[in-house]
Design a protein around this ligand. Structure first.
Ligand code: URA
Length: 434
């Protein structure tokens, strides 16, 4: 087999065989296929597309390109969750303990934030002493004992995807839907998922800016799931404004704890319950989402959800007291209130701009190596659709540097659009694709 023939075949719009796809993934991983040939192939895929069968083959080949986590020692169906990322998206911090308390084993690997998208692992490090690096044995033992562990991505998982993603970034081929879909799904499969719940974000603070794009990606990933025998459900959820009120690591942890205690923002609570209910169905603990939701509401009401987070924090080296008394979490030395410039309704709070303002404060990083400040961030006081008077507080900025605070304040003020009349309510969940 020759890579040049595979490139030409895709260039001319033909389908590649399973063997051809395995050949190119193996060759690219071991270095026998160079970047320039892989770039040409990726561009041919961008222009010509791939069938669901080809996309499924690519996903499995990339999942098999490195280490694969064996979760078979854990009981039941292992349901993983993935978010395509957004501003203020602390859903995993809520959903992981919540569904674990219901009986779904959660052995989850999560990422760090990059750009204006936050990462679960950074947020968890707000708990002093919390260990995100665990050996495989510690990770599995913890899930056996308390039902949940969330750790950083470790080991040599999906090396083919790591190389290909970096290559796509510099060859204008990131946008190819079969490549995005297989990239995400291969990582979930290598991490041991039997079933997968995808939260595909759409809006200004998301990777997918339009509903059509989000739907195309969600459908491609659900199709891969079908193709490779992993039940997959995708919800398409709003990321035009931040999720919840808090943006920034320790601030988001506090909000997640409030949500687990039943006092969270309406949108975050609703999204966590919806996602969690789908995960209970995928895990075959309940037969429908209504039953799943009722079970999760009961778990929140009885305090089991917060307690499960406390158990996880303690098992990973943190203090359970931080969960029951979040005032112990890192806090910033400076704060500033941002006030409404005029009377009216808040027509939009641009999530991307809020994300940029929080990165300016130090809550996020622009390069993988950058350190972050866990204490800083933004807490909104109002959300889209609310009525405000000029001078009313829209948000509070928390910072550790006055210069950055002023810069972030200018940036944040530009996130707001006003209207004279209340705008139509935008849905939180646009669609569920099964
Ligand atoms: N996220 C991924 O993991 N892969 C992509 O290709 C795009 C977004």
């Amino acid at each position: 087999m020759r890579m040049v023939d595979i490139i030409a075949k895709k260039r001319d719009g033909h389908d590649l065989t399973t063997e051809e796809i395995q050949f190119l993934v193996t060759g690219y991983t071991d270095g026998s296929i160079p970047d320039y040939q892989m770039s040409a192939w990726a561009m041919a895929v961008l222009l010509r597309g791939m069938t669901p069968r080809e996309t499924g083959d690519l996903t499995l080949a990339m999942a098999a390109s490195g280490e694969q986590l064996d979760l078979s020692s854990l009981p039941g169906i292992k349901v993983d969750k993935h978010s395509t990322g957004g501003v203020g998206d602390k859903t995993t911090l809520v959903v992981a303990p919540l569904v674990a308390a219901a009986g779904i084993p959660v052995a989850k690997m999560s990422g760090r934030g990059l750009g204006y998208s936050g990462g679960t692992i950074d947020k968890l490090e707000s708990f002093s002493g919390f260990q995100v690096e665990r050996s495989r044995e510690q990770f599995l033992r913890q899930v056996q004992e308390i039902g949940v562990s969330v750790i950083g991505q470790s080991g040599n998982l999906t090396p083919a995807d790591k190389k290909l993603y970096a290559l796509r970034d510099v060859t204008a081929t990131v946008e190819a839907v079969p490549l995005i879909a297989s990239s995400i799904m291969s990582k979930k499969i290598a991490a041991g998922a039997d079933a997968i719940l995808l939260d595909v974000k759409v809006g200004s603070g998301a990777f997918m800016k339009t509903l059509e794009q989000a739907e195309t990606l969600a459908t491609a990933m659900v199709q891969i799931g079908k193709q490779v025998g992993r039940k997959t459900v995708a919800v398409i959820s709003d990321m035009d404004q931040p999720l919840g009120y808090a943006v920034g690591n320790a601030l988001e942890v506090q909000e997640a704890i409030e949500t687990l205690a039943g006092r969270g923002p309406r949108d975050l609570t609703e999204l966590a319950l919806s996602i969690g209910a789908h995960m209970l169905v995928l895990g075959e603990l309940v037969t429908d989402v209504e039953e799943g939701r009722a079970r999760l509401e009961e778990i929140i009401r009885t305090g089991q959800a917060v307690e499960k987070l406390a158990q996880m924090v303690e098992a990973q080296g943190g203090s359970r007291e931080d969960v029951y008394d979040p005032s112990r979490l890192p806090s910033a030395s400076l704060s500033l209130e941002i006030k409404a410039a005029q009377d009216g309704y808040i027509a939009a709070i641009d999530a991307e701009t809020v994300g940029h303002a929080s990165v300016l404060l130090g809550a996020g990083r622009l390069t993988k190596e950058m350190p972050i400040d866990l204490a800083v961030g933004i807490v909104l006081a109002k959300k889209r659709g609310e009525k405000v008077r000029a001078g009313e507080v829209l948000a509070t900025i928390y910072a550790n540097d006055d210069h950055l605070l002023q810069q972030a304040a200018r940036e944040l003020a530009g996130a707001y659009t006003y209207s004279a009349e209340a705008a139509m309510d935008q849905p939180l969940i646009y669609k569920t694709i099964v």
